[in-house]
Design a protein around this ligand. Structure first.
Ligand SMILES: Nc1ncnc2c1ncn2[C@@H]1O[C@H](COP(=O)(O)OP(=O)(O)OP(=O)(O)O)[C@@H](O)[C@H]1O
Length: 730
């Protein structure tokens, strides 16, 4: 057996985290930091599909690898929570397995997680009548052609996900697999519902009927009330059209998996069932009858500081729960805060987990997207002394931490709006005809809005804020910190004195201000979208960290590319297609930015994003314009591998990166700028959709990217380009 090492090379144990339903091919190629001499045949064995790979590992001579989970129990320093240990010795393996099963049983007994809601004092509905596991099974998140792995749900010729019948043996086998690969999420485990035999029912419409009550819609789907045919109980179903541009199976599965991880939390909307048919995905959720937060406040026309406190606490505890599990929501906005009850503003729950990012441990990410664990201060252009702290975080350290702070910033904005009825940052321009305040687009206003966010300057106007407690204002100011380092995290929010005890029952002007200042919600929406885009840029930047890889790592990872001994070039089929960046792009970018070589960014980013930086340029291996150029033109093209937030994507094509770039500069041989292509300084819903889709998907969202790509490609072919640099609004 090969020696696999990542993280704990001295340990003779292989760990599979509780939600890592990885197959061996993923394990060896993508999920491990380094793999040495892995026998090829191992790649064909899928852990999730039975015992084959398991057996292989077990019977192999001496596995020397720990694929550690990101979820560790505090008291089990070397054992992923809920995971299993596969040891070189069979006896130990079985002992571990027994121990694991015992833990599972204990976890199921422990029902503490389904606690009553603090804010209402009522026991929370448990929805235990439905067991999501029998629908979810285990997913393989990294494979486009995802298969259901366990539980009763499974795909049937691409038509049906729900509990299809299999023979009893299958059931037994799947059950044991699921034990080997336990589900993530809360501390209890719902026993599996045995599957019905010979059931012909397998689709959403066999279990639910749609009503005509539309609950909302977003970029990916519409949410409607549906009723259980059996019980008549109402649920909300998000229907995502598979034909839609933004459809992404992987995205849906990621959302479902994150829902699973968040199972049972009283302030996160619960997913109850999940279906797929030829045309749609159906995500059946508990119905939030109170509607979106601001709409609820508006309709009620009455809102107090104490209610704002409760809502804040609910959101903060949802965020803490997610953040503790390595998940950042990344789309915290009033539309995604839903009220449970039509008559009470709290409890609220967070919905829309489709942008949430779950970071896998570093060694499980694609090697090309690996981030250094610490800055390489010795690097000639490492220039760590120039790096702002958040840059270090974003590029080098804990990117999740960075995402988490975006969530708490967003909570700060929501809190400000809840207390005042308008957003802390608003756009304004000199044009009296501008329709911004009526919801029409205005470039200048939007620019102004972004600048205000960047400045991080806001006020507490006496008229509305005079009546609000100092504690509430203090919490707002702790959240709206421009510097993420100074910004409160979820733990600090929950410990803040304003949340510790009841607040004043002061009646706020929020509802009336929400009516008169219609732009508030839109401003928040814009800010949220802006942040989300910036977050994705951060993801992209993270994956640009080639410099921590060895050249041979890169070459082998690029598949057909071969590594040339001098370390300078990568080529494919003998044809030069690029140089490999030797320098740290972060350092370069910051130095250039300091010397004024780059024009200032068009729209400097949110307070949550790092200073200007430069990304390496993506090159598509199959169809790159650079590939077709001669060796003389090799110049300093850089390779780039934009990865998703999961860090697991393959190398992508240039348009992906171009889409992200506010500007791209093309240089000639003498370093003259041949062209500077300005990208749209603001992103539209269309951009957002494209960004979203590229993040998790290959096949969609190309329309917008194509437009930009065509533009740039023509320069590639018409000009002797020697260098391409991109500047990011960060
Ligand atoms: N469980 C629910 N109960 C009631 N309403 C809901 C529920 N889930 C979502 N909604 C409503 O539907 C809207 C859209 O849902 P959601 O945000 O999940 O869709 P989306 O397409 O992923 O949106 P986005 O574009 O924000 O990503 C929400 O803003 C909310 O108003």
């Amino acid at each position: 057996m090969s020696i696999l090492h990542a993280g704990y090379p001295q340990s003779p144990i292989v760990h599979f985290g509780r939600h890592h339903n990885v197959n061996i091919s993923q394990l060896d190629l993508n999920h491990l930091g380094q793999v040495e001499n892995v026998p090829r045949q191992v790649n064909n064995s899928a852990v999730g599909s039975g015992g084959a790979a398991f057996h292989h590992l077990h019977t192999s001579a001496a596995p020397r690898h720990v694929a550690s989970s990101e979820f560790y129990d505090d008291d089990e320093a070397t054992s992923p929570s809920g995971g299993i240990e596969i040891c070189a010795g069979g006896g130990k393996m079985m002992a571990n397995l027994r121990r694991h099963r015992q833990r599972e049983r204990e976890a199921y007994e422990d029902d503490s997680f389904s606690s009553s809601d603090e804010s209402s004092g009522r026991p929370m509905p448990r929805y235990v009548g439905r067991d999501t596991d029998h629908v979810f099974g285990e997913f393989e998140m990294d494979d486009e052609d995802v298969e259901m792995r366990s539980g009763s749900g499974r795909r049937d010729e691409g038509k049906c996900i729900y509990g299809e019948d299999t023979d009893e043996d299958d059931y037994e086998e799947e059950e044991s697999v699921s034990e080997l690969l336990p589900l993530g999420g809360g501390t209890r485990r719902v026993p599996r519902t045995p599957r019905r035999k010979n059931s012909s029912k397998c689709g959403f419409f066999d279990y639910y009927k749609l009503t005509d009550e539309h609950l909302g819609s977003g970029a990916y789907g519409s949410v409607t009330t549906c009723k259980s045919i059996k019980s008549g109980q109402e649920f909300a179903v998000k229907i995502v059209d598979k034909q839609g541009e933004t459809h992404s199976r992987k995205r849906i599965l990621r959302e479902v998996n994150i829902f699973k991880t968040c199972k049972g939390h009283p302030n996160i909307v619960q997913l109850l069932d999940w279906f797929e048919d030829d045309t749609n995905f159906y995500l059946v959720m508990e119905k939030m009858r109170g509607g979106p937060l601001l709409q609820h406040i508006l309709q009620r026309g009455y809102f107090t500081e104490e209610e704002a406190r409760r809502v804040t606490k609910d959101i903060a505890s949802a965020l803490k729960f997610m953040h503790d599990r390595g998940i950042a929501h990344r789309d915290v906005k009033p539309e995604n805060v839903l009220c449970t009850d039509p008559n009470h503003v709290s409890p609220v729950k967070l919905c829309d987990l489709d942008l949430a990012s779950q970071r896998r441990p570093q060694h499980e990410r694609h090697p090309l997207s690996q981030v250094a664990s610490e800055p390489d201060l010795a690097s000639p252009v490492g220039s760590a002394e120039f790096m702002a702290p958040e840059v270090v975080d974003a590029y080098v350290g804990d990117a999740l931490k960075y995402d988490k702070k975006c969530d708490t910033w967003s909570l700060g904005v929501i809190l400000y709006i809840m207390l005042a009825g308008y957003a802390p940052f608003q756009g304004q321009c000199d044009d009296s005809d501008c329709g911004w305040s009526e919801g029409k687009p205005c470039e200048d206003c939007q620019q102004d809005l972004f600048h205000r966010i960047q400045d991080g300057y806001y006020e507490f106007p006496e008229e509305e804020w005079g009546m609000i407690s100092d504690e509430a204002k203090d919490l707002v100011s702790k959240l709206l910190k421009r510097d993420p380092i100074d910004r409160f995290n979820a733990d600090q929010i929950l410990a803040h004195r304003w949340l510790q005890q009841s607040a004043a029952s002061t009646i706020l002007q929020t509802p009336s201000n929400l009516i008169y200042r219609k732009d508030s919600a839109r401003d928040v929406q814009q800010m949220s979208e802006h942040f989300n885009m910036m977050n994705r840029l951060t993801d992209a930047r993270l994956s640009a960290r080639f410099d921590k890889m060895t050249m041979s790592d890169a070459a082998s990872d690029l598949g057909t590319a071969t590594f040339h001994g001098d370390g300078s070039f990568l080529s494919m089929g003998g044809e030069l297609f690029g140089t490999f960046p030797r320098k740290k792009s972060v350092g370069i970018a910051i130095e250039k930015s300091r010397s004024g070589e780059f024009t200032p960014p068009i729209s400097r980013a949110s307070p949550t994003t790092p200073p200007p930086s430069m990304l390496d340029l993506s090159q598509d291996l199959m169809d790159s314009p650079v590939k077709r150029r001669s060796a003389d033109d090799s110049g300093t093209y850089s390779l780039f591998s934009p990865a998703s937030s999961n860090g697991d994507d393959d190398i992508r094509s240039p348009p992906i990166l171009f889409l992200d770039m506010p500007s791209i500069q093309l240089f000639g041989a003498d370093s003259t700028v041949l062209n500077s292509v300005q990208m749209t300084p603001r992103h539209t819903t269309e951009d957002e959709a494209s960004l979203n889709s590229f993040e998790g998907e290959q096949e969609v969202g190309y329309q917008f990217k194509d437009r930009i790509d065509r533009n740039l490609s023509s320069y590639f072919f018409q000009n002797p380009i020697h260098r391409v640099e991109t500047q990011v609004n960060v």
